[in-house]
Ligand binder design. Structure first.
Ligand SMILES: Nc1nc2c(c(=O)[nH]1)N[C@H]1C(S)=C(S)[C@@H](COP(=O)(O)OP(=O)(O)OC[C@H]3O[C@@H](n4cnc5c(=O)[nH]c(N)nc54)[C@H](O)[C@@H]3O)O[C@H]1N2
Ligand SMILES: Nc1nc2c(c(=O)[nH]1)N[C@H]1C(S)=C(S)[C@@H](COP(=O)(O)OP(=O)(O)OC[C@H]3O[C@@H](n4cnc5c(=O)[nH]c(N)nc54)[C@H](O)[C@@H]3O)O[C@H]1N2
Ligand code: SF4
Ligand SMILES: [Mo]
Length: 684
């Protein structure tokens, strides 16, 4: 620590709590008790003092005049945003009185928690909250909105979220950025790749949109949405056919390579080209480049798995490094996610033993609208924290119809009056992560960090942890689990982790060192956590579950005959919907655009900068078009989770258009598999 954390002036070490793989070390500057500047901590071994522009501007968000200061009760209609100030005592009393009545009338499953990782701190995202809802016996939430399809797919191949140490990628000679907009979403992977590039590394980007990352690449390969597994199978076809596979590695460390060799014969370059839109000669060039380069590294992003076939797509891509034996080369291999390495003691943290009825129903968070509208028995209370489903969940209008329903008593705990909070009966002000004690584990690099608060909670705001303790007390839960403080919970999380990578790391280690690296043994010196202990190119587990046991291409669901596939991803200056309320970030981003191919545009009489209406039977948006060749014909792309502005008639909520269909694996979301129509309009 560079200063005493609660001193009113000084520079304090901190961590970025946003849902971003980089999990940067921060330095927070304070003057007269207020945060005046946030910058990167040069001592962080991976992020080394660089941070993104959006978090550089974090002080403005912390003291944004729109930040919630005290609890409030709704006085207007749901969604209208009219509230009156109440005290914390009144708020807790009203919430728990309501819940107690509901539990008597309809049982605790009538209450649904809804949360994600608006704050990555484990105590405040999956600690005291889990203890509370377990003890309450509430309905359970399946947290599927982000990476669950891809993680399940990857797991069939590798046994878990196990990948390359990103620090080793300074040695890499070939980077394939596959469906990741790393320049915006994983900037330190780009920094590492830049270092490797100075030593001759080449960078290939496979994406449906030539965005910041595609423009940075040595070679950008446009691909049609949802066709990546075909492209990976085409690469395998060539690797086997041209003897570029590592037979010794396949024999020693994989299961099913002989079957795979036969299976991929059907994915010849001509067939694959017809599916993917990638020219035959480019498929050859890509496969040969991959077969020849070493170390070759694939950074697998979230894009390809937000599709109907997303699980299988990641399952397929994750087989590639095994074919060439790249897992044994320092700086080779792949990263989809790395969270398996930092497994702490989840049971001690979350206390599933406090749940009496182990069969409580599970609600898939991607189906929030349907759950609120159609569940039987109905959901009668909703408690939202660390998330903004009215903006981020698929099929927004369905979600909003659910949130509008009378008879759903809704509480929202957030730093801002988000679109979701406008539907709440009670709104609670949240402390920012700078105000909390917590611990953080990255899902990309291998470091763990404890966080001590750098400032007092803003106005009357409280951390999630503090609120769940108050709720537990008011519900009369008297177990020790609800009396534990942050330090005790951190101790429990690092006690008996059963994880060799964390051997020797206890909560005391955090007093000695701020950034603690897990001790990672290369996967192939030991066993992988797959059933066979090897990389499963052929998966019996998949076969038993009714999936093709070998990697296989399946087309997207065609949900209508509308002409365009719509890919609404995140943007550079927001983090999901976080910052979409902050004027500085809005100004940086300017406005939401719709990227369209010039051939499509000319057919529709659309010119660059025209306002367009984009719609399907779920909803509509009005965006400004950007015409060019950054997307293939038949595809339109937008960036950013922007809010509508009903006052000014602005419709830019992209999830109004996205399907709430569930992906092939993990209950995942299919944000990028919906179809839309586009037409020119006179004015946005
Ligand atoms: N600035 C910023 N950083 C963020 C976030 C943010 O909102 N803003 N969000 C954070 C979170 S929660 C996450 S999960 C990550 C997500 O970050 P990424 O892993 O980068 O995922 P996305 O940005 O959703 O999509 C990545 C890319 O996939 C492309 N894509 C879409 N469909 C396909 C396809 O079928 N095939 C291929 N090859 N490409 C496709 C998109 O055009 C996009 O460029 O970023 C985190 N970091
Ligand atoms: N169209 C489309 N939709 C998407 C995506 C996409 O690419 N395209 N990406 C999807 C993905 S990958 C993800 S992960 C989800 C993310 O969706 P969300 O998890 O909802 O992420 P955010 O929009 O950042 O909202 C987080 C909220 O938590 C609040 N918050 C922050 N810290 C705290 C805290 O300590 N306590 C409390 N109570 N609240 C806090 C923030 O103020 C913010 O309102 O969105 C998904 N939605
Ligand atoms: S959002 Fe990501 S890149 Fe930006 S400071 Fe946080 S962890 Fe670092
Ligand atoms: Mo995410």
């Amino acid at each position: 620590m560079r200063g005493k954390s609660m001193a009113s002036d000084g520079v304090f070490q901190s961590v970025c709590s946003l849902d971003c793989p980089d999990q940067c070390g921060l330095l927070v500057h304070k003057k007269n008790g207020k945060i005046v500047k946030v910058e990167g901590d040069p001592d962080h071994p991976v992020t080394q003092g660089n941070i993104c522009n959006k978090v550089r501007k974090m002080a403005g968000r912390i003291y944004d005049p729109k930040r919630l200061k005290y609890p409030m009760r709704r006085v207007g209609k749901k969604g209208e945003g009219k509230f009156e100030r109440i005290s914390w005592e009144e708020a807790i009393q009203e919430i728990t009185d309501n819940w107690k009545t509901l539990i008597k009338q309809a049982g605790p499953e009538s209450i649904l928690p809804y949360s994600f990782y608006g704050n990555m701190g484990r105590l405040n995202s999956e600690g005291m909250d889990r203890r509370f809802f377990n003890r309450l016996g509430a309905s359970r939430l399946d947290q599927t909105i982000c990476n669950s399809a891809g993680s399940e797919g990857y797991k069939y191949t590798m046994g878990g979220s196990i990948g390359t140490d990103p620090e080793d990628t300074v040695h890499t000679k070939l980077f394939i950025m596959w469906g990741i907009n790393a320049a915006s979403t994983n900037m330190h992977q780009v920094v590492l790749a830049q270092k490797a590039r100075k030593n001759g590394a080449k960078i290939v980007v496979i994406d449906v949109h030539k965005n910041q990352t595609g423009r940075w690449a040595d070679w950008y390969i446009p691909v049609l949405p949802g066709t990546d597994s075909a492209l990976a199978l085409g690469m395998m076809h060539i690797l086997f056919a041209e003897n570029m596979t590592d037979e010794a590695f396949l024999e020693d460390y994989t299961v099913g390579h002989k079957a795979l060799r036969e299976h991929v014969k059907q994915y010849d370059p001509a067939t694959v080209s017809a599916i993917t839109g990638v020219p035959v000669q480019d498929i050859y060039r890509l496969a040969r480049m991959y077969g020849e380069a070493s170390p070759a590294f694939i950074r697998i992003g979230n894009g390809p798995q937000h599709h109907d076939n997303g699980g299988m797509c990641i399952r397929t891509i994750s087989c590639l490094p095994a074919l060439t034996g790249q897992w044994l080369v320092r700086g080779g291999g792949a990263i989809k996610g790395n969270s398996h390495y930092l497994r702490f003691n989840k049971n001690a943290l979350q206390r599933p033993d406090l749940r009496k009825d182990k069969k409580n129903r599970v609600i898939n968070m991607n189906l929030l609208g349907q759950a609120l509208l159609e569940s039987n028995p109905p959901i009668r209370a909703l408690y939202v924290y660390n998330s903004n489903p009215a903006l981020v969940a698929p099929d927004s209008h369905k979600v909003r119809r659910g949130l509008m329903r009378d008879g759903v008593f809704t509480v929202v705990h957030d730093l801002f009056l988000t679109e979701t909070a406008k539907y709440a009966d009670i709104v609670l002000p949240a402390a920012s992560s700078f105000e909390n004690t917590d611990f953080y584990t990255s899902y990309w690099h291998h470091y763990i960090q404890k966080h001590n608060p750098v400032t007092q909670p803003y106005e009357e705001s409280k951390s999630n942890m503090a609120v769940f303790k108050l709720l537990a007390e008011a519900m009369g839960f008297d177990e020790q689990a609800f009396k534990d403080n942050e330090e005790e919970m951190i101790r429990q999380a690092f006690d008996q982790t059963n994880n060799p990578n964390l051997e020797g790391i206890t909560s005391d280690s955090f007093n000695e060192k701020l950034y603690i690296k897990a001790d990672i043994k290369l996967p192939f010196q030991g066993e992988l956590p797959t059933p066979s202990g090897k990389i499963e190119l052929y998966s019996e587990t998949m076969e038993k579950k009714g999936y093709p046991p070998l990697p296989t291409y399946a087309p997207l669901v065609k949900d209508s005959n509308l002409p365009f596939l719509f890919v609404p991803g995140p943007n550079h200056n927001f983090l999901n919907s976080t910052f979409s309320h902050n004027d500085v970030h809005i100004k940086l981003e300017k406005m939401p655009r719709l990227y369209m191919n010039k051939a499509d545009a000319s057919e529709l009489g659309i010119e660059n900068g025209d306002p367009v209406r984009i719609w399907n039977d779920r909803g509509e948006c009005r965006l400004t078009v950007s015409v060019g060749d950054s997307v293939l014909p038949g595809v339109v792309v937008s960036q950013g989770l922007w809010a509508d502005s009903p006052e000014s008639g602005i419709k830019q909520l992209v999830n109004a258009l996205t399907p709430d269909r569930i992906a092939d694996m993990g209950g995942g979301a299919t944000f990028f598999s919906g179809r839309v129509n586009v037409e020119k309009i006179a004015d946005r």
